[in-house]
Design a protein around this ligand. Structure first.
Ligand SMILES: [Zn+2]
Length: 105
């Protein structure tokens, strides 16, 4: 299973306007309204990995990042991260029953 195209690989927010990376690897330059990661800038220009950024975001209290866009109704950063962790785990242990990994948290 692959992480859905318009899902933020940092925080698991699944309503990005476009895929963070296109098929040729080009960055979307989009800023995730949830965690504030900017694809092509935070990673390429600033050299921050998804994991490092995620850790910082979690340490900072998993706040909604965008000032202009409101969080979706019922938004829950923990549920969102849990879904991302499940996807990541499913990807790693293909063909075996899903295991929950707490590494992301
Ligand atoms: Zn994000």
């Amino acid at each position: 299973m692959k992480i859905p195209l318009n899902t933020c690989p940092v925080c698991g927010f699944d309503q990005l306007a476009e895929s963070p990376r296109n098929r040729t690897g080009g960055a979307s330059m989009e800023i995730c309204s949830c965690c504030g990661f900017q694809f092509g800038v935070s990673d390429d220009d600033q050299g921050v990995s998804y994991d490092d950024y995620r850790e910082r975001w979690i340490a900072g209290g998993m706040a909604w990042s965008s000032k202009g866009k409101k969080a979706p109704k019922g938004w829950n950063p923990q549920t969102q991260l849990g879904a991302l962790a499940r996807l990541a785990t499913l990807k790693r242990v293909k063909g075996r029953p899903p295991r929950f990994s707490m590494q992301l948290l």
